[in-house]
Design a protein around this ligand. Structure first.
Ligand code: SF4
Length: 251
C-alpha cells in the first residue's frame, strides 16, 4: 500500500516517548493560524511511499529507537487512515521486533459514520497525541478554519476504545493563553479516562519563513512568541478544569 508522505525525520525527540522515527503525512484540512508546516497542507503534493520502504528505513537505524518507536504526524494522518493502519501493523510485526506506534493528530478527519476506514489504525495504535486547538467552538473555527465537534468525537472514540492519549494544546498569546479557556479545555476532556498525559506547548515563530517561501500571508505576523514562564500555570488551569469536570460527572 502507498501513502502520500511529505517527509521523514529520523531523529525525532518531541513527538512521543523516546527517540522516534517520524513520518509526516501530506495533506491537512485545517488551516491553523500558527501552523509551522504549511507545506504539508496540499493533499496532491508529497511523495508516494510504500509501507515496506518505511519499515526498511526504520530497520536500518533501529538501534536509535530502542526506547522510542515510530510516530506518524502531518499534515493530518487521519486523511490516510488505511495506509497508517497498514504501516502500524507492519511496525508491530517488524523484522527486528515489535515497534511502539504513535499517532499525532488534530482529530479532524475522523468520520464517525465510516468507522471501518479507521478500524485497523485504531487497533494498531499504542498512543495518540491529540491536539485540541481551542476549547470554544467559535474560536476553534476562527483559529483553524474547522469545526471542533469532529475533534471531540475522535477524542471520545479514543476514550471508548481506551487507547492511551496525550492531550496537547498550543498556547498562543491573546488566543489560547487564558486561564478561562484552559479550564474549559480541562472540562471538555474530563470524561476521557484514557488520558495519560497533558502537554501545553508554547507558540513559537520558527515556521514564519516557510510562509514567505510559499507566498502565503502569515496570519499571526503581529503575535509574539509565547512566554514559556506562563506554561505551568496554564497546564494547572487545564488540570483544574479536568478535576472540576470529573467531580461534576461523579455527582
Ligand atoms: S493541524 Fe497541524 S498541519 Fe494542519 S494546519 Fe494545524 S498545525 Fe498545521
Amino acid at each position: 500500500m502507498l501513502g502520500n508522505i511529505h517527509s521523514i525525520e529520523t531523529f525525532g525527540t518531541v513527538d512521543g516517548p523516546g527517540v522516534r522515527f517520524v513520518v509526516f503525512m501530506q495533506g491537512c484540512p485545517m488551516r491553523c493560524a500558527y501552523c509551522h508546516n504549511p507545506d504539508t497542507w496540499k493533499p496532491g503534493e508529497g511523495c508516494k511511499t510504500s509501507v515496506a520502504q518505511i519499515v526498511d528505513e526504520f530497520e536500518r537505524n533501529r538501534a536509535f529507537y530502542r526506547n522510542g518507536g515510530i510516530t506518524v504526524t502531518g499534515g493530518e494522518p487521519l486523511l490516510q487512515p488505511q495506509f497508517v493502519g497498514e504501516l502500524f501493523a507492519a511496525m508491530h510485526e517488524a523484522p527486528g521486533g515489535r515497534v511502539h506506534t504513535c499517532l499525532d493528530s488534530s482529530g479532524f478527519g475522523w468520520l464517525p459514520g465510516k468507522p471501518e476506514r479507521f478500524e485497523k489504525l485504531l487497533g494498531e495504535c499504542d498512543l495518540v497525541l491529540l491536539d485540541v486547538k481551542h476549547a470554544h467552538a467559535d474560536a476553534h473555527k476562527r483559529l483553524t478554519g474547522c469545526d471542533l465537534a469532529p475533534v471531540l468525537a475522535f477524542g471520545g472514540e479514543l476514550a471508548r476504545r481506551n487507547i492511551p492519549a496525550v492531550i496537547r494544546h498550543v498556547a498562543v498569546p491573546g488566543i489560547t493563553d487564558s486561564e478561562e479557556e484552559c479550564e474549559a479545555l480541562g472540562r471538555l476532556i474530563a470524561p476521557w479516562r484514557n488520558v495519560v498525559g497533558l502537554e501545553v506547548l508554547p507558540y513559537h515563530t520558527m515556521g514564519v519563513e516557510k510562509y514567505a517561501e510559499l507566498g502565503i500571508e502569515y496570519p499571526l505576523a503581529e503575535t509574539p512568541a509565547m512566554n514559556k514562564a506562563r506554561i505551568p500555570a496554564l497546564r494547572q488551569s487545564i488540570l483544574r478544569g479536568m478535576k472540576a469536570g470529573r467531580a461534576q460527572l461523579a455527582r
